[in-house]
Design a protein around this ligand. Structure first.
Ligand SMILES: NC(=O)C1=CN([C@@H]2O[C@H](COP(=O)(O)OP(=O)(O)OC[C@H]3O[C@@H](n4cnc5c(N)ncnc54)[C@H](OP(=O)(O)O)[C@@H]3O)[C@@H](O)[C@H]2O)C=CC1
Ligand SMILES: CC(C)(CO)C(=O)C(=O)O
Length: 308
């Protein structure tokens, strides 16, 4: 069932990255009555895909498409954009794209900072953290788990509380299961970041499933050091950070024990990884603070040595 159009629905959402997560977001946006237009690198007029939801049968998904053309050839600037390509492709994907000075951009990507310096100064950037999991299954995209998703705008540490949700959030949340706009968004985002910063590179480098980390004493010790270093940076950024990430990382590894992490999958495929947006973000914060993160530094170098 879709929601009838309202004035707020007149503005379409453009989608940059019509892959696993982008298509799931497109599906929820369409169900909420929004028009979604995929920005593609070819001239196909429409994109037809199938989503396999955990509950219910296959859902056919049809999106209008436009070529991601640079500013001079596009009549009107884009005012609403979902960015759901892998983090390292953000700059290439956004290059030359005409965004309105006050565009709203949903960043649906793991890690942090991948859109820094790429958006107009007046853009409203909404960060999306999702515990859902979607993977390619032949020609379809299988939603393995429809879990919580949090949206928010991270206020600077010590700064004002995060803003109220935009007008489109309410209608969307009625159609996007377990979608939240929490007050403590930044901490939620950081918890996911630390989980990814520990689990992803270790599982990628050792080519093991998530659950293996805490079954192997050497990997468990490395995980502990990585979590401790991450906590040191995050506490320096925000003294209200609880600073005890290891139990949460362990719970995430247990809850996803059989999973192949996204970084392991990328490394198996010989693809570029998201390490720069995950551990690299922590390292960049540490550099500014004058802290050293030897365990993260070693892992970033090791991942890049395998897949530069
Ligand atoms: N999958 C999941 O379960 C989850 C993923 N995430 C995060 O979501 C983000 C997306 O991941 P996921 O959906 O799995 O990735 P996918 O690889 O499935 O999708 C990424 C899409 O981006 C497209 N793309 C790449 N470059 C461009 C470009 N220049 N212009 C337009 N489109 C482009 C790719 O197109 P093409 O195929 O043509 O190359 C692809 O369709 C990542 O940051 C990931 O970490 C977060 C939570 C869960
Ligand atoms: C939570 C986790 C670690 C699940 O595999 C993930 O987000 C990823 O693989 O990128």
């Amino acid at each position: 069932m879709t929601t009838p159009a309202s004035p707020d629905h007149a503005e379409p959402w453009y989608l940059l990255g019509a892959g696993n997560m982008g298509l799931l977001a497109a599906h929820y946006l369409q169900r909420a009555g929004f028009t979604v237009i995929a920005l593609r690198r070819d001239d196909a007029p429409t994109l037809e895909r199938t989503l396999l939801l955990p509950s219910g049968g296959p859902v056919p998904l049809q999106l209008l498409c436009e070529r991601a053309t640079p500013a001079p050839t596009r009549p009107t600037p884009i005012r609403r954009l979902v960015v759901a390509c892998k983090a390292p492709f953000s700059a290439a994907a956004l290059s030359g794209l005409p965004l309105a000075a006050d565009a709203t951009v949903l960043r649906l990507q793991n890690g942090l900072g991948s859109l820094d310096g790429l958006l107009p100064a007046g853009a409203r950037r909404v960060e999306v953290v999702s515990a859902s999991a979607v993977k390619r299954d032949g020609d379809a995209h299988r939603v393995v788990a429809e879990n919580d998703t949090w949206m928010g705008e991270s206020a600077a540490p010590g700064g004002p509380a995060a803003a109220e949700p935009p007008a489109w959030f309410g209608p969307l949340a009625r159609h996007w299961p377990k979608l939240h706009w929490p007050d403590d968004f930044r901490h939620r985002q950081w918890r996911k970041l630390v989980g990814n910063a520990v689990i992803n590179p270790l599982t990628g480098l050792h080519d093991v499933a998530n659950g293996h980390i805490f079954e192997d004493p050497a990997l468990a010790a490395e995980a502990e050091q990585l979590a401790r270093e991450a906590d040191r940076v995050l506490t320096a950024l925000d003294p209200t950070w609880p600073g005890d990430s290891l139990p949460g990382v362990r719970a995430l590894a247990d809850a996803t024990a059989g999973n192949t992490s996204s970084m392991r999958a990328d490394m198996q495929a010989g693809a570029v990884t998201e390490i720069d947006a995950i551990n690299g973000w922590l390292q960049r914060q540490a550099d500014v603070l004058g802290l050293d993160l030897p365990a993260h530094r070693r892992l970033v170098a090791a991942v890049k040595a395998r897949h530069p």
